[in-house]
Design a protein around this ligand. Structure first.
Ligand SMILES: NC(=O)c1ccc[n+]([C@@H]2O[C@H](COP(=O)([O-])OP(=O)(O)OC[C@H]3O[C@@H](n4cnc5c(N)ncnc54)[C@H](O)[C@@H]3O)[C@@H](O)[C@H]2O)c1
Length: 282
């Protein structure tokens, strides 16, 4: 069936939309907030557990010459905090239709290592694994579901049922995966969570289109943010740069640009690898 009456520009734009970004005080989340401001988003919740989120929001607003970014300091694994962020930003700017839960952590270590002195095997601590799962997998999925739930409720209140293309897109989610989802030494917990997001996104994509919401995953390669800088210059030079085709770290602005494209272009689904041609060494 042809839909000639679709406004073809509408699904392509971020202008006047309301967004939630977690991990917004640093790296990719921060660059994404700036990129969204340039594309005219009306308002966004900038969420981070770091108190730096206040300063970052103030700077973004000064750069944009308007108050669009509202800082929220808290832990993304806290359900009440999550609901309160959505309540507050919706009250200020209107319904949230863009969600990029970018907050993430690493707790890198080999899955199994044998102590040279005792000969005993030490396996990766399960508490660490659970923490990384909570922050990198469960929290991003629930921030997305919070938005989708509110969109679904709003539609139900208006008597709307299955979404139709004539309505235009109602919302968009981008999860931040990683090239590590394909396997990376020393990242048993991190890699598992990033691969987990692929399954979550594929399922949300199938279910949430009932409400007109899309979901996809971006897999950044090594990007020049505090997370990667924490590895140290020597490590980056020896273990990362030789395996990229670009011969440099990716800039957070490059990832932000790709995320905006994924959010705005209704034809994009699935996964996008923005990895500078990185291939994991065996
Ligand atoms: N930098 C890379 O090379 C790279 C590559 C692939 C994927 N990623 C992913 O991109 C996302 C952003 O990473 P980044 O490189 O910008 O890292 P970053 O460390 O610069 O920023 C992450 C931010 O998330 C916040 N955060 C962490 N846990 C939180 C929590 N529980 N509640 C609230 N805030 C929390 C931190 O305070 C920090 O400001 C992460 O999901 C990361 O896994 C990064």
């Amino acid at each position: 069936m042809l839909h000639r009456n679709i406004d073809r520009r509408q699904p392509m734009e971020l202008a006047d939309k309301v967004a939630v970004i977690t991990g917004g005080a640093s790296g990719i989340g921060r660059a994404l907030a700036a990129a969204m401001a340039r594309r005219g988003v009306k308002g966004l919740a900038l969420v981070d557990q770091s108190e730096a989120v206040e300063d970052v929001a103030a700077k973004l607003n000064a750069e944009a010459g308007r108050v669009f970014a509202i800082p929220f300091q808290g832990n993304t694994t806290d359900e009440r905090f999550r609901a309160s962020v959505f309540d507050a930003i919706t009250q200020k700017f209107g319904r949230v239709t863009l969600c990029v839960p970018a907050a993430g952590i690493t707790r890198d270590d080999l899955a199994v290592r044998v102590d040279k002195n005792t000969g005993r095997a030490r396996i990766y601590p399960v508490e660490q694994f659970k923490l990384v799962v909570d922050v990198n997998l469960i929290a991003p999925v629930y921030w997305a579901l919070e938005m989708i739930g509110r969109i679904a409720e709003d539609r139900a209140a208006r008597g709307l049922k299955r979404w139709t293309p004539e309505e235009g897109m109602q919302g968009s989610v981008v999860f931040i995966g990683s090239i590590s989802s394909q396997g990376n030494r020393g990242q048993i917990s991190y890699a598992s969570t990033k691969a987990g997001l692929e399954g979550a996104a594929a399922t949300i994509m199938k279910e949430a289109m009932f409400y007109g919401v899309r979901c996809s995953v971006i897999h950044p390669g090594f990007t020049d943010t505090p997370m990667v800088r924490a590895l140290g210059q020597d490590y980056v030079a020896k273990n990362i740069l030789p395996f990229t085709q670009l011969g440099r770290l990716i800039q957070p602005e490059e990832i932000a640009d790709a995320i905006c494209f994924m959010l705005a272009n209704a034809a994009v689904s699935g996964e996008l690898w923005v990895d500078a041609g990185w291939h994991a060494p065996a």
